[in-house]
Design a protein around this ligand. Structure first.
Ligand code: UDP
Length: 326
């Protein structure tokens, strides 16, 4: 099988590349290295079954050529990280909406199956926990930058599903819930790499708000396994799937666990949301996926506990020069 992965040098894309390469398949990756990093795929360089293109998915001739060479497409290239999104809303909207338009239009010419990565952000302020794929999406005001991310990904979802309904392009949408693991950078605000780096360097762990908000952290290797399984199933076409873990933890508990597992003497401090992001920032108090749909179709089941995930991230950053850097 020949697989095209947009955002292939990103955190999730590089793990997906690893999985396909380990299965004996061929991987073509395209990444503009805006948030991805060459380091994530450096170990694959030189493998005859791995090819990479450093370019943007907005480049239509390049995308056309790549789509032509491959059997299936994983569209993971997107603006990521709440911090980046709040600071660069124009880039977020344009990257997410235009990029997906190009990928779907090119895939449609050759009717290649496309999996579009969306996000649990689209549930927005919904309180119907655990979130189900057919539940309501509840967006905040357009004056709050965060929701531009949720809306741009919701447009991506609409477009992917419309291509299936209207043009019979086989598409699948996945909503990823706080995917974490080695190679994720804290640069764009993600909490686990941020806490791990803070703990390893003895700096205070910055809990935003009062820390009572909860998340479920999905291990990247479990998540990419689910993506591959969905790509293989015909029944996934035209459907939306939540992917994540159901082990719910508050951010304060998470900080305590990181501190305990690293043996760090760092203190844990709370930072108001207004200071951490922007004035009037709205966070989700709880975010828990209902993953029964993906489990029923693929047998998906998270295999790694939160403590094991944290140990893998601690190990990743312990061995690195930038482990202690900001
Ligand atoms: N968070 C935090 N300290 C940090 C970074 C994030 O307390 O240094 C919080 C953030 O406000 C959110 C949760 O941790 O409630 C998860 O944040 P992340 O950016 O990883 O993902 P999100 O769920 O917001 O997409």
């Amino acid at each position: 099988m020949r697989v095209l992965i947009t955002g292939g040098a990103g955190f999730i894309g590089s793990h997906l590349s690893d999985l396909y390469i380990s299965r004996g398949d061929e991987v073509f990756c395209i990444d503009d290295l805006s948030t991805g990093s060459f380091e994530n795929i450096a170990h694959l360089k030189g493998n005859p079954r791995f090819r990479y293109t450093i370019d943007s998915v907005h480049n239509q001739p390049v995308m056309a050529e790549l789509v032509d060479q491959c059997d299936v497409v994983f569209h993971l290239a997107a603006a990521v990280g709440v911090k980046l999104i709040v600071e660069s809303p124009v880039r977020t909207i344009e990257t997410n909406v235009r990029g997906t338009e190009v990928v779907l239009a090119q895939a449609n010419k050759k009717k290649k199956k496309v999996l579009v990565a969306s996000t649990s952000e689209v549930y927005g302020l919904s309180s119907e926990v655990p979130f189900k794929e057919d539940g309501n999406l509840v967006m905040g005001a357009t004056t709050k930058g965060r929701w531009s991310y949720a809306c741009s990904k919701a447009i991506d979802e609409f477009l992917a599903l419309a291509y299936w309904r209207e043009k019979k392009l086989p598409t699948v949408v996945v909503r990823l819930f706080n995917t974490v693991g080695p190679r994720q950078t804290g640069q764009y605000g993600m909490v686990i790499p941020t806490f791990v780096k803070q703990a390893l360097s003895g700096r205070p762990l910055t809990v935003y708000g009062d820390g009572s908000q909860t998340r479920c952290f999905g291990y990247v290797k479990d998540v990419v396994g689910a993506l591959v399984a969905l790509m293989e199933k015909e029944e996934s076409v035209g459907e939306v799937f939540n992917i994540g873990s159901s082990e719910e933890v508050s951010i304060m508990q998470l900080a305590e666990r990181v501190k305990g597992l690293t043996g760090s003497k760092s203190e844990i401090v709370t930072v108001p949301y207004d200071e951490a992001y922007e004035e009037g920032f709205e966070d989700m108090p709880r975010r828990v996926p209902d993953t029964s749909k993906v489990s029923a179709l693929t047998g998906f089941r998270p295999t790694v506990t939160l403590d094991e995930i944290l140990r893998s991230v601690i190990e990743y950053y312990s061995g690195r020069q930038d482990g202690a850097a900001a």
